[in-house]
Design a protein around this ligand. Structure first.
Ligand code: ADP
Ligand code: MG
Length: 399
């Protein structure tokens, strides 16, 4: 990696290390339902504790919109982290200001402090220099380790590295290394499986990746958008108008052979449990119906393609998998990837959640902790968070 990492730091004993982690975990009724992201941050935290650094952790959680939202406090995360580290985690009710400064200053070497949700302050998402400076005042060194948030131009990601010597943490290093390795001389066929809800992002991703890959199986709303672009009547499925042209250009521009679209789909009026759904040919959808999953013929076709692949990259569920009746496409794709001998890489919040809820995580090569960051890194081979570390470390940290 071109960015310096915590391994490049000389002595750390007693040094206040401000670590931007991604503890944006799902919480229901005060209980963490998936602690993957907390576990993923452990190598960096343990490395720093072993070196007797004073570890100060900052993260966002959810979308409080710049004000305090009680249900989005980080206390449950602190409890879980304490269990995983078998150590006491000190908490602070704010992430900047006198209380945070006192808490940071009174940490003993090897101790861990978790500050409160960064997004309780509007300055985080606005990337306010004053807010970034207040965060920087808490540490001697900055460690960027929030891979899942590294695509954000926020104060704790791109602002703080201006004011503190920045390095990358072990998770950021590992994620970028693994994803880069996937696309350098991949074993072929290299198959992209794409779905999910953000059709315009996903169609743009297909456009960018198509030259590098051999086949793309496209479901979800991106699949529906391609079908509409080819002239199919997709009924009431919400396809973004402005994306249709991009999708059409891709199809006529020679990409059509690589693109595998649904031949049949599951349609209905609302994606609710026990709703009425039927399978339909992709060109036989009624005006009041929407596409909610890929159909059985498409499952067979996509499974065949995945089984033949030597390398598979998957982002985005094939359908509304949260509803049992609409999870068949996503489950089939997940199982095909788990069963195949291909090297596999999965990214995306909901895709990772689908894999986890189906108990398949251990049978996938790498499940990224990133959603938006995963896709952006795949497409651009860089992220604002990496760039900030590179740019601002040059003059300060010996590489
Ligand atoms: P990821 O988080 O894996 O990158 P996205 O955020 O793009 O994926 O989309 C995930 C969401 O897409 C899921 O919650 C799923 O319900 C939804 N989805 C998938 N297919 C459809 C569809 N045909 N219609 C509506 N929503 C869909
Ligand atoms: Mg998502």
């Amino acid at each position: 990696m071109n960015e310096p990492t915590i391994r490049d730091l000389p002595a750390l004993e007693g040094v206040r290390v401000l670590v931007r982690v991604d503890f944006n975990v799902p919480i229901e009724d005060g209980k963490i339902t998936d602690d993957t992201r907390i576990r993923a941050a452990l190598p960096t935290i343990e490395f720093l504790r072993d070196k007797d650094a004073r570890v100060i952790l900052v993260s966002h959680l959810g979308r409080p919109g710049g004000k305090v939202v009680e249900s989005l406090r980080l206390a449950p995360v602190g409890r879980r982290l304490g269990e995983l580290l078998c150590a006491e985690i000190k908490l602070c009710a704010d992430c900047i200001g006198p209380e945070a400064e006192t808490a940071a200053a009174s940490l003993a070497p090897g101790e861990v402090l978790l500050l409160e949700n960064l997004r309780f302050h509007p300055g985080e998402e606005e990337n306010d220099p004053g807010f970034a400076r207040s965060l920087a005042a808490l540490g001697d060194v900055y460690v960027g380790d929030a891979f899942g948030a590294a695509h954000r131009d926020h104060a704790s990601i791109t602002g703080v590295p201006r004011y503190l010597p920045p390095v990358a943490g072990l998770l950021l290093e590992r994620e970028t290394r693994i994803i880069r390795d996937f696309l350098i001389l991949p074993e072929r066929p290299l198959v992209l499986v794409l779905g999910g809800a953000k059709a315009s992002d996903k169609v743009a991703a297909v456009a960018k990746l198509l030259p590098k890959i051999d086949e793309a199986c496209v479901g979800g709303l991106a699949g529906a958008t391609f079908l509409a672009a080819l002239g199919a009547d997709v009924g009431g499925t919400p396809v973004p108008e402005e994306t249709l042209l991009v999708a059409r250009d891709l199809c006529v521009g020679g990409g059509r052979q690589k693109l595998k679209l649904p031949v049949d789909v599951i349609v209905g009026s609302t994606p609710t449990p026990h709703g009425e759904f039927r399978s339909s040919y992709a060109d036989d959808i009624n005006p009041g119906e929407q596409i909610f999953d890929i159909g059985p013929k498409t499952i067979t076709e996509f499974t065949k393609i995945i089984t033949r692949a030597k390398t598979v990259v998957w982002n985005g569920p094939m359908g509304v998998f949260e509803v049992e009746e609409l999870a068949k496409g996503t489950r089939a794709v997940a199982e095909a990837i788990a069963n195949s001998r291909a090297r596999s890489l999965v990214g995306g919040g909901e895709s990772a959640e689908a894999i986890r809820s189906m108990g398949l995580t251990d049978r996938i090569g790498h499940v990224s902790t990133g959603g938006g960051a995963f896709l952006e890194f795949l497409l651009h081979d860089d992220l604002p968070g990496l760039e900030a570390i590179r740019e601002h470390s040059r003059a300060r940290v010996p590489a």
